[in-house]
Write a protein that binds this ligand. Structure first.
Ligand SMILES: [Zn+2]
Ligand SMILES: [Zn+2]
Length: 286
């Protein structure tokens, strides 16, 4: 979903008010995000050719409509946006040292596409981490910049595709558009219905609360959740079978919309808590 600069500013302020420890980082991510929103004007409508009438039978069986690895993207524009984002890294402490490595990260190309960008499209986090290590840059910063520079293209494509999909027919834990795993979930409405947000193209779809989207496990005894103190709006769902976790924002407690890159960063403490506790049982899921 695309968001306006006003939405982004409001979210940055709300995060700072709620959790002051994230004031600086959310302001910075907000600046990066605003740059990508402004740049998205240069990306134009998707020229993706879709064969979707009727929708392929495989989609109903759980095969996402697109394979992100096969998308033909405008690598020059994406790389130019990435370079603009690296300029914003220089404003941060230690930024000049990192900037050099970050620019090097996209130099290695295959068929015109930077290899690390392809790694983002295939959710190959190990490759991104290895690249960050080799170039002596922070892995989360590299991953964030790569993802944000791909974001305008991916969001335009997802919007074009979504017009053709009846999401009420999709009951899987991976994204109906691009097949990636969810990056966050939210609860809203009466009874708190759960929606998942794709970590790559940010498509949103409904999914049962009592099922793990990563392994589709719905055995309640293996599902649990944790909360941080004084944060009623936030929890992290844990699966004892596949050991994955997913952060959940309760939109009955705080106002939306979810802006994935910002809400993800502003909840990093939950990732840490989840990592420490996955071995433990957590609370029974409700
Ligand atoms: Zn997706
Ligand atoms: Zn699972």
């Amino acid at each position: 979903m695309t968001h306006s600069l006003e939405d982004i500013n409001a979210k940055v302020k709300a995060i700072a008010a709620r959790n002051p420890v994230y004031t600086e980082i959310s302001q910075w991510v907000g600046d990066l995000l605003s740059t990508t929103v402004e740049a998205s004007k240069n990306f134009g409508p998707s020229d993706l050719k879709l064969d979707v009438d009727p929708l392929p039978e495989a989609w109903y069986q759980g095969k996402s409509l697109l394979n992100p690895e096969e998308l033909s993207l405008d690598w020059e524009k994406i790389s130019a946006l990435y370079e603009r984002l690296v300029e914003l890294v220089k404003k941060r402490e230690d930024g000049h040292r990192q900037a050099e490595g970050l620019l090097k990260a996209i130099e290695e190309k295959r068929n015109g596409a930077p290899v690390v960008m392809k790694a983002v499209l295939t959710s190959n986090f190990e490759a991104i981490e290895a690249s960050a290590k080799a170039l002596n840059v922070d892995s989360p910063v590299l991953a964030l910049l790569l993802r944000l520079s791909l974001r305008p293209s991916l969001l335009i494509i997802a919007q074009a595709v979504l017009k053709h999909l009846d999401l009420s027919r999709w009951h899987h834990g991976h994204c109906p558009v691009c097949g990636s795993a969810p990056g966050l979930s939210d609860l809203s409405g009466e009874g708190g219905k759960r929606r998942l947000h794709c970590s790559l193209c940010e498509t949103v779809w409904s999914y049962p609360r009592l099922r793990c989207p990563f392994c589709e496990n719905d055995n309640r005894e293996e599902l649990s959740y944790l909360r941080a103190k004084n944060e009623e709006y936030l929890r992290v769902d844990l699966c004892g079978r596949c050991n994955n976790h997913l952060k959940t924002l309760d939109l009955r407690e705080i106002s939306g919309p979810i802006i994935l890159p910002l809400d993800d960063v502003a909840t990093w403490h939950l990732d840490i808590i989840a990592g420490q506790n996955l071995e433990d049982k957590g609370n029974a899921l409700s």
